[in-house]
Design a protein around this ligand. Sequence first.
Ligand SMILES: Cc1cc2nc3c(=O)[nH]c(=O)nc-3n(C[C@H](O)[C@H](O)[C@H](O)COP(=O)(O)OP(=O)(O)OC[C@H]3O[C@@H](n4cnc5c(N)ncnc54)[C@H](O)[C@@H]3O)c2cc1C
Length: 395
Amino acid sequence: MTPAHDAIVIGAGVIGVSIAYHLAALGARDVLVLDRAAVGAGTSSQSSGILRTHYSVPENIELARRSWTVFDSFAAYLDDDEASAGLVKCGYLIAAPAGAKLAPLRDALLAQKARGITVELLSTQDAALRLPICRFDDAALIGFEPEAGFADAYLVASAFARAARRRGVTIMEGVEVAGLVREGGRVVGVDTSRGRFAAATVVSAQNIWARDIERWTGIETPVRAERHAVLALTGVEPYTYAMPVYKDLGSPGMLYCRSYGGTHMLVSEGGAGETLDRPDNEQGQIPVDDVLRVGEQVAERFPAYAEAGLASSWTGVYDVTPDWNPVLGRLADVPGLVVAYGFSGHGFKLSPAVGRVLAQEVLGLPTDVSLASYAHERFRSGKLLRGRYGSGAVS
Ligand SMILES: Cc1cc2nc3c(=O)[nH]c(=O)nc-3n(C[C@H](O)[C@H](O)[C@H](O)COP(=O)(O)OP(=O)(O)OC[C@H]3O[C@@H](n4cnc5c(N)ncnc54)[C@H](O)[C@@H]3O)c2cc1C
Protein backbone atom coordinates (compact mmCIF):
# COMPACT_ATOMS: atom_id res chain seq x y z
CA MET A 1 0.00 0.00 0.00
CA THR A 2 1.41 3.44 -0.91
CA PRO A 3 1.35 5.72 2.13
CA ALA A 4 -1.28 8.34 1.39
CA HIS A 5 -0.73 10.11 4.71
CA ASP A 6 2.45 10.91 6.60
CA ALA A 7 0.58 9.98 9.78
CA ILE A 8 -2.86 8.96 10.98
CA VAL A 9 -3.81 9.81 14.57
CA ILE A 10 -6.59 7.73 16.15
CA GLY A 11 -8.41 9.88 18.72
CA ALA A 12 -9.20 13.61 18.75
CA GLY A 13 -8.90 14.16 22.48
CA VAL A 14 -6.53 16.79 23.78
CA ILE A 15 -3.60 14.39 23.29
CA GLY A 16 -4.46 13.34 19.73
CA VAL A 17 -5.08 16.85 18.43
CA SER A 18 -1.93 18.14 20.14
CA ILE A 19 0.07 15.42 18.39
CA ALA A 20 -1.57 16.29 15.06
CA TYR A 21 -0.95 20.02 15.50
CA HIS A 22 2.69 19.45 16.34
CA LEU A 23 3.15 17.04 13.44
CA ALA A 24 1.96 19.75 11.05
CA ALA A 25 3.97 22.46 12.85
CA LEU A 26 7.11 20.34 12.52
CA GLY A 27 6.62 19.84 8.79
CA ALA A 28 4.47 16.75 8.25
CA ARG A 29 2.56 17.40 5.03
CA ASP A 30 -0.40 15.12 5.26
CA VAL A 31 -1.88 14.25 8.65
CA LEU A 32 -5.28 12.65 9.23
CA VAL A 33 -7.06 12.48 12.61
CA LEU A 34 -9.93 10.01 13.04
CA ASP A 35 -12.40 10.00 15.93
CA ARG A 36 -15.51 7.90 16.30
CA ALA A 37 -17.13 10.77 18.22
CA ALA A 38 -15.97 14.41 18.04
CA VAL A 39 -13.03 16.62 18.99
CA GLY A 40 -12.67 16.67 22.79
CA ALA A 41 -15.82 14.59 23.36
CA GLY A 42 -13.97 11.72 25.07
CA THR A 43 -12.57 11.94 28.56
CA SER A 44 -10.98 15.36 27.86
CA SER A 45 -14.35 17.06 28.31
CA GLN A 46 -14.56 15.53 31.84
CA SER A 47 -11.22 16.92 33.04
CA SER A 48 -10.82 19.03 36.17
CA GLY A 49 -8.18 20.89 34.20
CA ILE A 50 -5.59 21.40 36.93
CA LEU A 51 -2.18 22.59 35.73
CA ARG A 52 0.89 22.23 37.92
CA THR A 53 4.48 21.14 37.51
CA HIS A 54 4.41 19.45 40.92
CA TYR A 55 5.36 15.80 40.46
CA SER A 56 7.60 13.32 42.22
CA VAL A 57 8.56 11.80 38.84
CA PRO A 58 11.25 14.06 37.30
CA GLU A 59 10.29 13.29 33.68
CA ASN A 60 6.75 14.47 34.42
CA ILE A 61 8.06 17.73 35.91
CA GLU A 62 9.87 18.40 32.66
CA LEU A 63 6.86 17.64 30.44
CA ALA A 64 4.60 19.73 32.72
CA ARG A 65 7.09 22.63 32.78
CA ARG A 66 7.27 22.74 29.00
CA SER A 67 3.50 22.43 28.75
CA TRP A 68 2.90 25.28 31.22
CA THR A 69 4.83 27.69 28.97
CA VAL A 70 2.40 26.76 26.19
CA PHE A 71 -0.74 27.23 28.33
CA ASP A 72 0.64 30.53 29.58
CA SER A 73 1.03 31.94 26.06
CA PHE A 74 -1.55 29.81 24.31
CA ALA A 75 -2.81 32.19 21.60
CA ALA A 76 0.73 33.23 20.63
CA TYR A 77 1.93 29.62 20.61
CA LEU A 78 -0.83 28.61 18.21
CA ASP A 79 -0.58 31.90 16.30
CA ASP A 80 -4.34 32.25 16.77
CA ASP A 81 -5.67 35.38 18.49
CA GLU A 82 -8.95 33.64 19.22
CA ALA A 83 -7.39 30.61 20.93
CA SER A 84 -8.10 30.45 24.65
CA ALA A 85 -7.15 27.77 27.15
CA GLY A 86 -9.54 29.29 29.72
CA LEU A 87 -6.51 29.64 31.99
CA VAL A 88 -7.06 30.74 35.60
CA LYS A 89 -3.61 31.47 37.01
CA CYS A 90 -4.39 31.09 40.69
CA GLY A 91 -1.35 29.01 41.74
CA TYR A 92 -1.13 25.54 43.30
CA LEU A 93 -0.85 24.95 47.01
CA ILE A 94 0.12 21.52 48.32
CA ALA A 95 0.36 20.53 51.97
CA ALA A 96 1.37 17.43 53.91
CA PRO A 97 1.18 16.66 57.63
CA ALA A 98 3.99 14.78 59.40
CA GLY A 99 4.13 11.25 58.04
CA ALA A 100 4.76 9.26 54.90
CA LYS A 101 4.01 12.01 52.36
CA LEU A 102 6.34 14.57 53.95
CA ALA A 103 9.67 13.45 52.46
CA PRO A 104 8.24 12.95 48.94
CA LEU A 105 6.75 16.46 49.11
CA ARG A 106 10.02 18.00 50.27
CA ASP A 107 11.98 16.21 47.55
CA ALA A 108 9.50 17.07 44.81
CA LEU A 109 9.61 20.76 45.75
CA LEU A 110 13.43 20.67 45.67
CA ALA A 111 13.35 18.93 42.26
CA GLN A 112 11.06 21.66 40.91
CA LYS A 113 13.40 24.37 42.23
CA ALA A 114 16.39 22.60 40.68
CA ARG A 115 14.64 22.96 37.31
CA GLY A 116 14.23 26.70 37.81
CA ILE A 117 10.53 26.50 38.68
CA THR A 118 9.40 29.10 41.22
CA VAL A 119 8.21 27.31 44.35
CA GLU A 120 7.65 28.95 47.73
CA LEU A 121 7.57 27.28 51.14
CA LEU A 122 4.72 28.82 53.13
CA SER A 123 4.09 29.10 56.84
CA THR A 124 0.60 28.08 57.95
CA GLN A 125 -0.20 31.81 58.36
CA ASP A 126 0.94 32.64 54.81
CA ALA A 127 -1.01 29.68 53.44
CA ALA A 128 -4.12 30.91 55.26
CA LEU A 129 -3.71 34.32 53.61
CA ARG A 130 -3.79 32.67 50.21
CA LEU A 131 -6.61 30.22 50.99
CA PRO A 132 -8.48 31.69 53.98
CA ILE A 133 -11.30 29.13 53.80
CA CYS A 134 -8.87 26.30 54.60
CA ARG A 135 -7.37 24.96 57.87
CA PHE A 136 -3.63 24.34 57.85
CA ASP A 137 -3.06 23.63 61.57
CA ASP A 138 -1.73 20.09 60.97
CA ALA A 139 0.49 20.97 58.00
CA ALA A 140 4.18 20.11 58.42
CA LEU A 141 5.15 21.38 54.97
CA ILE A 142 3.32 23.64 52.52
CA GLY A 143 4.52 24.33 49.00
CA PHE A 144 3.13 27.01 46.71
CA GLU A 145 3.65 27.14 42.95
CA PRO A 146 2.52 30.58 41.70
CA GLU A 147 2.81 29.67 38.01
CA ALA A 148 0.03 27.12 38.06
CA GLY A 149 -3.77 26.94 38.15
CA PHE A 150 -6.37 25.36 35.94
CA ALA A 151 -7.71 25.59 32.41
CA ASP A 152 -10.36 24.04 30.20
CA ALA A 153 -9.37 20.85 28.39
CA TYR A 154 -12.24 21.06 25.92
CA LEU A 155 -11.24 24.59 24.91
CA VAL A 156 -7.63 23.48 24.56
CA ALA A 157 -8.57 20.49 22.40
CA SER A 158 -10.76 22.69 20.19
CA ALA A 159 -8.00 25.27 19.79
CA PHE A 160 -5.36 22.64 18.93
CA ALA A 161 -7.81 21.14 16.41
CA ARG A 162 -8.49 24.52 14.78
CA ALA A 163 -4.77 25.33 14.62
CA ALA A 164 -4.05 21.88 13.19
CA ARG A 165 -6.70 22.32 10.50
CA ARG A 166 -5.23 25.71 9.60
CA ARG A 167 -1.94 23.92 9.01
CA GLY A 168 -3.53 21.41 6.69
CA VAL A 169 -4.47 18.57 9.05
CA THR A 170 -7.70 16.74 8.18
CA ILE A 171 -9.87 15.82 11.17
CA MET A 172 -12.69 13.38 10.47
CA GLU A 173 -15.31 12.99 13.20
CA GLY A 174 -17.77 10.11 13.39
CA VAL A 175 -15.22 7.65 11.95
CA GLU A 176 -14.49 4.52 13.95
CA VAL A 177 -11.15 2.73 13.53
CA ALA A 178 -11.85 -1.02 13.47
CA GLY A 179 -8.33 -2.35 13.01
CA LEU A 180 -4.76 -1.80 11.87
CA VAL A 181 -3.60 -2.76 8.38
CA ARG A 182 -0.24 -4.55 8.45
CA GLU A 183 2.18 -5.54 5.71
CA GLY A 184 5.06 -7.79 6.66
CA GLY A 185 4.41 -6.98 10.32
CA ARG A 186 4.58 -3.24 9.76
CA VAL A 187 1.53 -1.05 10.36
CA VAL A 188 0.70 0.70 7.08
CA GLY A 189 -2.79 2.01 7.70
CA VAL A 190 -6.16 1.58 9.38
CA ASP A 191 -9.51 0.01 8.52
CA THR A 192 -12.41 2.22 9.48
CA SER A 193 -16.16 2.66 9.23
CA ARG A 194 -15.37 4.80 6.16
CA GLY A 195 -12.96 2.40 4.50
CA ARG A 196 -9.20 1.93 4.51
CA PHE A 197 -6.67 4.74 4.97
CA ALA A 198 -2.94 4.29 4.44
CA ALA A 199 -0.15 6.02 6.37
CA ALA A 200 3.58 5.83 6.99
CA THR A 201 2.89 5.90 10.76
CA VAL A 202 -0.24 5.33 12.83
CA VAL A 203 -0.52 6.99 16.25
CA SER A 204 -3.00 5.66 18.82
CA ALA A 205 -4.20 8.35 21.23
CA GLN A 206 -7.23 6.37 22.37
CA ASN A 207 -7.10 6.83 26.14
CA ILE A 208 -9.50 4.38 27.90
CA TRP A 209 -10.12 2.67 24.57
CA ALA A 210 -6.41 1.82 24.14
CA ARG A 211 -7.12 -1.85 24.84
CA ASP A 212 -7.97 -1.93 21.12
CA ILE A 213 -4.19 -2.04 20.60
CA GLU A 214 -4.06 -5.37 22.42
CA ARG A 215 -6.94 -6.71 20.33
CA TRP A 216 -5.32 -5.51 17.11
CA THR A 217 -1.70 -6.52 17.79
CA GLY A 218 -1.73 -9.10 20.59
CA ILE A 219 0.66 -6.87 22.59
CA GLU A 220 -0.45 -6.53 26.20
CA THR A 221 -1.88 -3.07 26.87
CA PRO A 222 -1.96 -2.56 30.64
CA VAL A 223 -4.61 0.11 30.99
CA ARG A 224 -7.91 0.02 32.85
CA ALA A 225 -10.84 2.42 32.78
CA GLU A 226 -11.43 3.95 36.21
CA ARG A 227 -14.42 6.13 36.95
CA HIS A 228 -14.05 9.11 39.29
CA ALA A 229 -16.66 11.39 40.78
CA VAL A 230 -16.27 15.18 40.80
CA LEU A 231 -18.43 17.36 43.03
CA ALA A 232 -19.22 21.08 42.92
CA LEU A 233 -20.07 22.38 46.40
CA THR A 234 -21.55 25.60 47.74
CA GLY A 235 -20.32 26.79 51.10
CA VAL A 236 -21.02 29.81 53.27
CA GLU A 237 -17.90 31.44 51.84
CA PRO A 238 -16.99 31.39 48.15
CA TYR A 239 -14.00 29.60 46.67
CA THR A 240 -12.92 32.48 44.43
CA TYR A 241 -10.73 32.50 41.34
CA ALA A 242 -8.07 34.31 43.37
CA MET A 243 -7.72 31.29 45.67
CA PRO A 244 -5.21 28.62 44.65
CA VAL A 245 -5.84 25.03 43.67
CA TYR A 246 -5.31 22.98 46.83
CA LYS A 247 -3.85 19.49 47.11
CA ASP A 248 -4.41 17.91 50.51
CA LEU A 249 -1.90 15.09 50.94
CA GLY A 250 -3.16 14.67 54.52
CA SER A 251 -6.72 13.65 53.66
CA PRO A 252 -7.52 9.93 53.24
CA GLY A 253 -8.59 10.48 49.62
CA MET A 254 -5.72 12.90 48.81
CA LEU A 255 -8.35 15.50 47.86
CA TYR A 256 -7.83 18.14 45.23
CA CYS A 257 -9.94 21.31 45.24
CA ARG A 258 -10.24 24.40 43.08
CA SER A 259 -12.66 27.20 42.36
CA TYR A 260 -15.61 26.35 40.18
CA GLY A 261 -17.20 29.35 38.48
CA GLY A 262 -15.49 31.76 40.89
CA THR A 263 -17.87 30.86 43.73
CA HIS A 264 -18.16 27.09 44.23
CA MET A 265 -15.59 24.45 45.20
CA LEU A 266 -14.76 21.70 42.71
CA VAL A 267 -13.48 18.71 44.66
CA SER A 268 -12.49 15.13 43.95
CA GLU A 269 -10.39 12.37 45.44
CA GLY A 270 -6.93 11.86 43.97
CA GLY A 271 -6.58 8.12 44.51
CA ALA A 272 -8.15 5.05 42.92
CA GLY A 273 -11.70 5.10 41.56
CA GLU A 274 -14.18 2.49 40.36
CA THR A 275 -12.74 0.10 37.77
CA LEU A 276 -15.12 -0.42 34.85
CA ASP A 277 -15.56 -3.77 33.06
CA ARG A 278 -15.36 -2.05 29.71
CA PRO A 279 -14.22 1.42 28.64
CA ASP A 280 -17.11 3.85 28.61
CA ASN A 281 -17.15 7.55 29.37
CA GLU A 282 -20.92 7.84 29.77
CA GLN A 283 -22.06 9.46 33.02
CA GLY A 284 -22.20 6.98 35.92
CA GLN A 285 -24.07 6.90 39.22
CA ILE A 286 -22.38 8.54 42.19
CA PRO A 287 -23.25 6.55 45.32
CA VAL A 288 -24.46 8.67 48.24
CA ASP A 289 -21.76 7.05 50.40
CA ASP A 290 -19.10 8.48 48.08
CA VAL A 291 -20.58 11.98 48.36
CA LEU A 292 -20.67 11.64 52.16
CA ARG A 293 -17.07 10.37 52.30
CA VAL A 294 -15.77 13.33 50.26
CA GLY A 295 -18.04 15.70 52.19
CA GLU A 296 -16.59 14.58 55.50
CA GLN A 297 -13.04 15.18 54.30
CA VAL A 298 -14.00 18.62 52.96
CA ALA A 299 -15.74 19.53 56.25
CA GLU A 300 -12.62 18.52 58.16
CA ARG A 301 -10.45 20.89 56.12
CA PHE A 302 -12.85 23.69 55.16
CA PRO A 303 -15.11 24.82 58.04
CA ALA A 304 -17.09 27.05 55.67
CA TYR A 305 -18.04 23.90 53.74
CA ALA A 306 -19.03 21.81 56.76
CA GLU A 307 -22.70 22.16 55.74
CA ALA A 308 -21.99 22.45 52.04
CA GLY A 309 -24.69 22.05 49.42
CA LEU A 310 -24.14 19.86 46.38
CA ALA A 311 -24.55 22.19 43.41
CA SER A 312 -23.55 19.71 40.76
CA SER A 313 -21.71 16.43 40.24
CA TRP A 314 -20.43 14.37 37.35
CA THR A 315 -18.18 11.43 36.59
CA GLY A 316 -15.09 11.12 34.43
CA VAL A 317 -12.98 8.14 33.48
CA TYR A 318 -9.19 7.79 33.83
CA ASP A 319 -7.00 5.50 31.68
CA VAL A 320 -4.92 4.02 34.49
CA THR A 321 -1.68 2.04 34.04
CA PRO A 322 -0.06 -0.07 36.79
CA ASP A 323 2.31 2.80 37.72
CA TRP A 324 -0.12 5.69 37.08
CA ASN A 325 2.05 7.06 34.28
CA PRO A 326 1.54 7.11 30.53
CA VAL A 327 2.97 4.86 27.85
CA LEU A 328 4.55 7.02 25.16
CA GLY A 329 6.40 6.10 21.99
CA ARG A 330 6.91 3.23 19.57
CA LEU A 331 5.99 -0.34 20.37
CA ALA A 332 9.18 -2.34 19.81
CA ASP A 333 7.35 -5.31 18.25
CA VAL A 334 5.02 -3.31 16.01
CA PRO A 335 6.88 -1.06 13.56
CA GLY A 336 4.83 1.81 12.20
CA LEU A 337 2.79 2.23 15.41
CA VAL A 338 3.26 4.94 18.05
CA VAL A 339 1.12 5.00 21.21
CA ALA A 340 0.08 7.57 23.82
CA TYR A 341 -2.20 6.17 26.52
CA GLY A 342 -2.41 5.63 30.26
CA PHE A 343 -2.43 9.27 31.41
CA SER A 344 -3.96 8.10 34.68
CA GLY A 345 -5.85 11.29 35.45
CA HIS A 346 -3.02 13.76 34.80
CA GLY A 347 -2.67 13.98 31.02
CA PHE A 348 -4.17 17.41 30.35
CA LYS A 349 -1.34 19.30 32.03
CA LEU A 350 1.16 17.34 29.90
CA SER A 351 -0.70 17.55 26.60
CA PRO A 352 1.23 20.30 24.76
CA ALA A 353 4.66 18.79 25.47
CA VAL A 354 3.47 15.21 24.92
CA GLY A 355 2.06 16.26 21.55
CA ARG A 356 5.34 17.82 20.56
CA VAL A 357 7.63 14.97 21.67
CA LEU A 358 5.45 12.34 20.02
CA ALA A 359 5.35 14.36 16.79
CA GLN A 360 9.16 14.51 16.98
CA GLU A 361 9.27 10.74 17.50
CA VAL A 362 6.98 10.09 14.52
CA LEU A 363 9.12 12.32 12.30
CA GLY A 364 12.40 10.75 13.42
CA LEU A 365 13.58 13.96 15.11
CA PRO A 366 15.37 14.11 18.49
CA THR A 367 12.73 14.44 21.22
CA ASP A 368 12.77 17.42 23.64
CA VAL A 369 12.34 14.99 26.53
CA SER A 370 13.55 11.38 26.46
CA LEU A 371 10.75 8.85 26.01
CA ALA A 372 12.83 6.00 27.47
CA SER A 373 11.16 6.03 30.90
CA TYR A 374 7.70 6.03 29.33
CA ALA A 375 8.35 3.01 27.09
CA HIS A 376 5.92 0.08 27.07
CA GLU A 377 8.99 -2.07 27.70
CA ARG A 378 8.92 -1.06 31.38
CA PHE A 379 6.04 -3.46 32.06
CA ARG A 380 8.21 -6.31 30.79
CA SER A 381 11.42 -5.23 32.51
CA GLY A 382 9.64 -4.32 35.75
CA LYS A 383 11.28 -0.86 35.76
CA LEU A 384 8.03 0.92 36.49
CA LEU A 385 7.74 4.69 36.61
CA ARG A 386 6.20 4.89 40.05
CA GLY A 387 5.67 8.22 41.76
CA ARG A 388 6.58 8.52 45.44
CA TYR A 389 3.08 9.42 46.62
CA GLY A 390 1.80 5.90 45.80
CA SER A 391 -1.21 5.22 43.58
CA GLY A 392 -2.84 8.42 42.39
CA ALA A 393 -2.82 11.13 39.78
CA VAL A 394 -0.37 13.39 41.68
CA SER A 395 2.32 10.84 40.70
C1 LIG B 1 -12.58 13.43 36.15
C2 LIG B 1 -11.26 13.73 35.51
C3 LIG B 1 -10.47 14.73 36.04
C4 LIG B 1 -9.23 15.01 35.47
N1 LIG B 1 -8.50 16.05 35.98
C5 LIG B 1 -7.32 16.34 35.43
C6 LIG B 1 -6.58 17.45 35.91
O1 LIG B 1 -7.01 18.14 36.83
N2 LIG B 1 -5.39 17.74 35.31
C7 LIG B 1 -4.88 16.96 34.31
O2 LIG B 1 -3.77 17.25 33.84
N3 LIG B 1 -5.57 15.91 33.83
C8 LIG B 1 -6.77 15.59 34.34
N4 LIG B 1 -7.48 14.55 33.87
C9 LIG B 1 -6.90 13.74 32.80
C10 LIG B 1 -6.99 14.39 31.44
O3 LIG B 1 -8.20 15.04 31.30
C11 LIG B 1 -6.79 13.29 30.39
O4 LIG B 1 -5.54 12.65 30.61
C12 LIG B 1 -6.82 13.83 28.97
O5 LIG B 1 -7.91 14.67 28.73
C13 LIG B 1 -6.90 12.64 28.02
O6 LIG B 1 -6.90 13.06 26.70
P1 LIG B 1 -6.87 11.95 25.56
O7 LIG B 1 -6.77 12.67 24.28
O8 LIG B 1 -5.83 10.92 25.89
O9 LIG B 1 -8.23 11.14 25.71
P2 LIG B 1 -9.80 11.39 25.23
O10 LIG B 1 -10.13 12.81 25.41
O11 LIG B 1 -10.56 10.38 25.92
O12 LIG B 1 -9.68 11.10 23.69
C14 LIG B 1 -9.61 9.80 23.15
C15 LIG B 1 -10.41 9.81 21.87
O13 LIG B 1 -10.17 8.60 21.14
C16 LIG B 1 -11.33 8.29 20.44
N5 LIG B 1 -11.26 6.87 20.06
C17 LIG B 1 -10.92 5.84 20.86
N6 LIG B 1 -10.93 4.69 20.17
C18 LIG B 1 -11.28 4.99 18.91
C19 LIG B 1 -11.47 4.23 17.73
N7 LIG B 1 -11.31 2.90 17.70
N8 LIG B 1 -11.82 4.86 16.58
C20 LIG B 1 -11.99 6.22 16.59
N9 LIG B 1 -11.84 6.98 17.68
C21 LIG B 1 -11.48 6.40 18.82
C22 LIG B 1 -12.46 8.63 21.41
O14 LIG B 1 -13.69 8.83 20.75
C23 LIG B 1 -11.91 9.87 22.11
O15 LIG B 1 -12.43 11.07 21.54
C24 LIG B 1 -8.75 14.26 34.38
C25 LIG B 1 -9.54 13.26 33.83
C26 LIG B 1 -10.79 13.00 34.37
C27 LIG B 1 -11.64 11.93 33.75
